[in-house]
Design a protein around this ligand. Structure first.
Ligand SMILES: CC(=O)N[C@H]1[C@@H](OP(=O)(O)OP(=O)(O)OC[C@H]2O[C@@H](n3ccc(=O)[nH]c3=O)[C@H](O)[C@@H]2O)O[C@H](CO)[C@H](O)[C@@H]1O
Ligand SMILES: [Mn+2]
Length: 364
């Protein structure tokens, strides 16, 4: 009995001391949050306990730290045209049926957009591949990018190449960099375009994740002709392929063979997106690039290659995981095609090239 009482006494006293110490801690001005396990969210500090639970917590903390589009703040005194509730583009649809913006010239004011997004100052990564003879496109891509692509933002061009010595010397603007990544060449263009998913996955893991907030995947055989800026930013943004933005879904060149992981049944589909320009938050893009890589590996095991390689996998993903912004074909036109009336501005154009000459194994 005596023993029982003294044990209870000890427990109660211990709880009492804990409460007092906690009270003093908070009263003395410490933020209660610093008591939480999320404390190591500071970039430079190391987590003190390394176990599975801690990894979960850290994942959550990292989530909080990632760059996001947040408050749409603008400075006072900015001069721009008053936005209208009545006038706007009437020749095209500027919203999807899941209520995401569909961006065309005339649906945004660059002055307002830049004022808002420059405050957020994202670190933008552009991943492009220049393998074999495609190194010839690097100069035009970079020089035009410097004039039109996210001017005055922090941009790093990650150029994946099998031939570093063929890289042109380009003068870059302030806050802009080039990072060369050496990758092996391949004999089939199909392996090169699909290989982009593998090497981008590996390099995001190793490097890009620590250096960027937002990621674009682009084709190198492209030239910027007009502004391509912060109006394109969202969690996941995809571009309407110029060849299919006015046709019915049965005309989309989706992968229609059920054997492939990219399969989409005949009566399904929203839009047909190009794989030559897509972008989003770093981690959302990582997930999607890795998805395309894993799905194409699965296909290879089953002796099938999707009809338009990673573009087919991308389209399947985006049908069931809707993009948060859709960019019109202004964001990827082509020197091949005449301009229809609804394309008021060409922001990027794909160069006309001789496929048979430029690709290692020819092609269409
Ligand atoms: C406008 C459009 O929808 N483009 C897509 C279409 O491309 P394209 O017909 O425009 O393919 P492409 O020849 O430009 O190849 C895509 C990209 O792969 C790289 N590359 C390719 C071959 C090579 O020898 N060296 C090299 O570096 C380079 O960055 C190039 O821009 O189909 C491809 C795969 O089927 C991709 O889905 C492209 O994104
Ligand atoms: Mn291309």
């Amino acid at each position: 009995m005596l023993c029982q009482i003294s044990r209870n006494h000890i427990l109660v006293s211990f709880a009492f001391v804990l409460v007092i110490v906690g009270g003093i801690y908070i009263y003395s001005g410490y933020d209660v949050q610093t008591l939480s396990v999320c404390q190591p969210c500071d970039k430079n500090s190391e987590p003190q306990v390394k176990d599975e639970m801690m990894d979960e917590v850290m994942k959550h903390c990292l989530d909080d730290r990632r760059w996001r589009i947040r408050d749409l703040q603008m400075q006072t005194g900015l001069k721009y045209s008053q936005p209208s509730t009545m006038n706007g583009r009437t020749d095209v649809n500027s919203v999807t049926n899941w209520n995401a913006p569909l961006v065309w010239e005339g649906t945004f004011d660059p002055v307002v957009i830049d004022a808002i997004y420059k405050k957020m100052d994202p670190r933008i990564a552009v991943v492009v591949f220049a393998i074999g003879k495609y190194t010839r496109f690097v100069k035009g891509f970079l020089e035009s990018g410097e004039k039109h692509f996210f001017v005055d933002f922090r941009v790093t061009y990650y150029i994946f190449t099998d031939n570093e010595k063929d890289m042109p010397k380009i003068e870059l603007g302030k806050k802009r960099k080039i990072s060369l990544v050496t990758v092996p060449s391949a004999n089939r263009w199909q392996d090169i375009v699909l290989g982009r998913m593998k090497w981008a996955t590996v390099t995001i893991d190793k490097q890009i994740r620590n250096e960027a907030d937002y990621l674009f995947m682009m084709d190198i055989d492209s030239v910027f002709h007009n502004r391509f800026g912060a109006e394109s930013l969202s969690q996941l943004s995809a571009v309407l392929h110029r060849g299919y933005y006015k046709v019915t879904r049965d005309m989309f060149p989706y992968e229609r063979r059920p054997k492939s992981k990219a399969y989409i049944p005949a009566d399904e589909g929203d839009y047909y997106y190009t794989a030559a320009v897509w972008g989003g938050y770093l981690e959302d893009m990582y997930k999607l690039v890795k998805y395309c890589y894993m799905q194409s590996e699965e296909d290879a095991k089953n002796n099938i290659e999707a009809v338009w390689q990673e573009e087919s996998h991308l389209n399947r993903y985006l049908l069931y995981n809707k993009p948060t912004k859709v960019l019109s074909s202004e964001y990827l036109w082509s020197d091949f095609d005449p301009l229809p009336g609804d394309i008021k501005v060409v922001r990027i154009s794909q160069l006309v090239k001789n496929y048979a000459e430029v690709r290692p194994n020819g092609g269409q």
